[in-house]
Write a protein that binds this ligand. Structure first.
Ligand SMILES: CCC/C=C/C(=O)SCCNC(=O)CCNC(=O)[C@H](O)C(C)(C)COP(=O)([O-])OP(=O)([O-])OC[C@H]1O[C@@H](n2cnc3c(N)ncnc32)[C@H](O)[C@@H]1OP(=O)([O-])[O-]
Ligand SMILES: Cc1cc2nc3c(=O)[nH]c(=O)nc-3n(C[C@H](O)[C@H](O)[C@H](O)COP(=O)(O)OP(=O)(O)OC[C@H]3O[C@@H](n4cnc5c(N)ncnc54)[C@H](O)[C@@H]3O)c2cc1C
Length: 648
């Protein structure tokens, strides 16, 4: 597609699909006001619009051609986008919020996203003041382009078994970095393969033959002059992935790579010139960057889901298919109850996730400020909440996005729908920054400790008061007698607390019984892992309907009450359906950001599908070269055989 046509492609059309226009006219609330709430304030909306104008004035951010690009081109485009954002960040002195917003507007489709997502935050959190003074300006001015290299080919989850070593050489006042085995090579770090010249490498610290555990080190990878790998460094890309192919996730093998002693991150621990190891702060302080990124993932979960919900809702009101009564006009597919059941949970969860992320962010900011001041009292609660919410929200996003894709029928399978790519690029959220079942277990571990406290009457953390209130014998009955009761938030909270109490204490009981019967603690944990993971998950009405078994078996609800909840859920869906389009419009996603022929604001779905099909590389010529190479021979042979047969 020529550049001029690309611009035309994204230009909003004055001709809006009439079904979509009607939905907007009947909105029961002010969409702009809701947009301000979603953005945070009218000023934040204004700022977003300013950044949209800046970004989308650049051809590289408007491109629709990526659907037919080769890997090299995808990578190069991702690099170009990174460079643009970095240049603007430097020129306009963007703060973290601005950078995050700009990155979101670029769909995080940038090769060197780790620079701001992990590399700079890790320096801020793990480096001593002297190191920060030295490294931060180099990172913020993009002389250092960096990555966070923790995972290895052999181990991602179990950090204790990482094999990379950093051995202190007191004579030369240096660390010697080594990847001693095949499985010890670093594998997966984003931007490691081709883009980064520096890495934060997590390695086992060896001093005087003693292993002091995992610590972070700043390792130069490539020459600052010509970007060639430095002596002892083998580095490269790990190959194409299901999505996110603009990112050069890489491998790294180090052979006797020497770095100055001062390159060990020294906020939390230090090796002195004479080889003494000094540990400061809490044991897990070096995991701080992971906690931050888990919080960020809950934001990305909201963003991906709101993209998917917008596309699925808009398309579902534009698409008409079949009628309920023969001869009647075909129905907008969103009017089928089953379609509402596929699409509206994604819409509802988008809003719930936005608010949850905000609350988690507030907790993060407050605990982070405490930690910087030396107070780590709430670290365990933050670790529990960030682990459980990262796991739960990413799990739900992956499931709901796939439903949104299915809700778009066959067109949802086209790359031009945008939704397949969204599913593929969101899929790793369940794995990165801690695989979900592993993170649920971290939360379960904290929960079990809270149960132990509740049992002996000790105070429990603020979010776990239900362990005390729900255990008392005079707890009130659940009052669900009619549909209106199902809409009472206090009642719903009570339902969840009761179910959570039963599941959490049930898991604790099973664990305790297994241990008392003589089973070793870690075996008992493994034998009860599914119950423990369930205990760490949390669930409104849809959650109750989906997890019926737990609410009926615990027993939190009677079968009659459960039927009422189900009826109330369907009633709520019909109500939300009326405002579904205004509710997705309030996300105010620019068409370029959404990148979907099915989800565009004007609803001209069919025209855009056809226009995007024209960009297929197969359509460059009327007759494809494959015809001359292969198909022509087949057809000619067939013709020849037919002629011979007709002669017989
Ligand atoms: C942008 C996307 C790019 C992606 C990037 C990446 O993926 S980068 C790569 C991302 N990679 C990953 O995410 C790897 C995932 N793996 C891990 O995070 C860890 O290895 C582990 C948590 C699974 C276990 O760790 P372990 O064997 O060391 O520990 P343990 O289970 O024996 O527990 C010991 C104690 O430590 C506590 N504690 C643990 N973590 C934290 C924390 N963050 N904070 C605070 N506390 C924490 C825990 O509660 C327990 O406390 P207790 O009960 O003793 O008072
Ligand atoms: C797109 C992408 C980007 C990434 N970026 C980075 C990066 O920038 N830097 C970096 O260092 N790493 C990065 N990673 C690596 C990522 O952090 C790891 O993949 C993740 O931590 C899981 O580790 P693993 O792949 O080794 O899985 P494993 O730990 O081998 O787990 C495999 C499976 O085993 C099961 N399992 C494992 N342990 C347990 C347990 N204790 N209990 C129950 N079940 C268990 C789970 O089902 C799990 O899915 C990235 C990964 C991806 C996919």
């Amino acid at each position: 597609m020529a550049a001029a046509n690309r611009d035309a492609f994204w230009a909003p059309s004055s001709k809006v699909n009439p079904d979509l226009a009607r939905e907007r006219e009947s909105a029961t609330f002010d969409v702009r006001e809701l947009t301000h709430i979603i953005d945070g304030s009218p000023d934040r909306t204004k700022r977003r619009k300013e950044l949209e104008n800046l970004l989308y004035s650049e051809p590289v951010f408007r491109d629709v051609g990526r659907l037919s690009m080769e890997r090299d081109e995808i990578y190069e485009q991702g690099v170009l986008k990174s460079i643009k954002l970095f240049e603007w960040s430097r020129k306009y002195k963007w703060d973290d919020d601005d950078f995050e917003l700009a990155s979101r507007l670029a769909n995080h489709d940038i090769s060197m996203s780790l620079q701001h997502a992990m590399f700079i935050p890790a320096i801020e959190r793990l480096a001593s003041d002297t190191q920060k003074a030295k490294w931060l300006p180099r990172a913020l001015h993009y002389e250092m382009i960096g990555t966070y290299a923790q995972t290895e080919l052999g181990h991602g989850t179990n950090l204790m078994e990482l094999e990379t070593t950093a051995t202190f050489d007191p004579e030369r006042n240096e660390f010697i970095m080594n990847s001693p085995t095949v499985t010890s090579m670093k594998w997966w770090p984003g931007a490691l393969g081709k883009s980064s010249n520096t890495a934060i490498v997590l390695a086992q610290l060896i001093v005087k033959g003693k292993n002091h555990g995992l610590h972070p080190f700043l390792v130069p990878l490539r020459s600052m002059e010509d970007h060639t790998p430095l002596p002892g460094i083998s580095v490269g890309d790990i190959g194409p992935k299901m999505a996110l192919n603009c990112i050069d996730n890489g491998f790294l093998i180090m052979k006797n790579v020497r770095i100055p002693r001062e390159n060990m991150f020294m906020k939390n621990a230090e090796v002195t010139r004479d080889g003494r190891f000094i540990s400061r702060g809490v044991d897990k302080a070096n995991y701080a960057t992971m906690v931050l990124v888990r919080v960020k993932i809950t934001r990305w979960a909201f963003e991906s889901l709101s993209d998917g919900a917008t596309t699925a809702v808009r398309y579902s009101v534009v698409r008409r298919q079949s009628s309920l009564k023969p001869g009647e006009r075909e129905l907008q597919v969103l009017d089928y109850q089953s379609q509402q059941y596929k699409v509206l949970p994604a819409l509802a969860a988008s809003y719930a996730f936005l608010m949850t992320n905000r609350s988690l962010h507030r907790l993060y900011d407050s605990v982070h400020a405490d930690i910087m001041a030396g107070n780590t009292k709430l670290l365990a609660e933050l670790h529990c909440q960030s682990s459980a919410l990262k796991a739960y929200m990413s799990e739900v996003v992956v499931q709901l996005l796939e439903l949104c894709r299915q809700a778009c029928g066959g067109h949802g399978y086209l790359a031009s729908s945008g939704i397949g790519l969204l599913c593929a690029s969101s899929a790793p959220l369940v794995t990165v920054e801690g695989e979900n079942s592993v993170l649920y277990q971290q939360a379960a571990r904290y929960l079990m400790k809270q149960v132990a406290k509740a049992v002996v009457g000790d105070p429990v953390a603020s979010g776990f008061q239900y362990l005390l209130t729900q255990s008392s014998s005079d707890r009130p009955d659940i009052r669900i007698q009619n549909l209106a009761d199902c809409g009472n938030l206090d009642t719903l909270l009570q339902v969840y607390q009761r179910m959570a109490f039963s599941v959490v204490t049930g898991a604790a009981r099973k664990l305790q019984m297994a241990i008392e019967s003589g089973v070793e603690q870690h075996v008992a944990w493994n034998n009860n892992m599914v119950s423990l993971i369930q205990a760490a998950r949390f669930y409104a009405l849809h959650g109750i309907a989906k997890e019926a078994g737990y609410f009926l078996a615990t027993p939190t609800l009677t079968p009659d009450q459960f039927e009422l909840v189900r009826a109330a859920e369907l009633q709520a869906m019909a109500k939300v359906r009326h405002d579904a389009v205004p509710l997705v419009d309030a996300f105010d996603l620019h068409d370029i950001c959404l990148h979907s022929a099915l989800g565009c604001y004007d609803g001209n779905v069919y025209e855009r599908l056809y226009a995007l099909a024209q960009t297929s590389s197969l359509n460059k010529t009327q007759v494809h070269p494959a015809y001359y190479k292969h198909i022509r021979g087949l057809v000619k042979d067939g013709q020849k055989q037919l002629r011979q047969q007709s002669k017989l």
